[in-house]
Ligand binder design. Structure first.
Ligand SMILES: [Zn+2]
Length: 65
């Protein structure tokens, strides 16, 4: 899950919350003061270059002794 940064306009605190993809920011509540006056900030989550393909494979390594 991506981490979104929210800026609370009530207590002027920036908090990072784990939210699902396409989550509404209206239902986001500031964990500091509990206000809903939060605005989503642009998070630098997309820092991985290339295709994000996760392949699960078992790497077999046998070392003869
Ligand atoms: Zn707040």
């Amino acid at each position: 899950m991506p981490i979104y940064e929210y800026f609370c306009q009530a207590c002027h605190e920036t908090c990072s919350l784990l939210q699902r993809m396409g989550a509404n920011e209206q239902e986001t509540i500031c964990p500091n003061c509990g206000s809903r006056e939060v605005s989503r900030k642009i998070s630098a989550f997309s820092c991985s270059s290339g295709g994000g393909n996760v392949s699960s494979g078992a790497a077999g390594g046998f070392s003869g002794g």
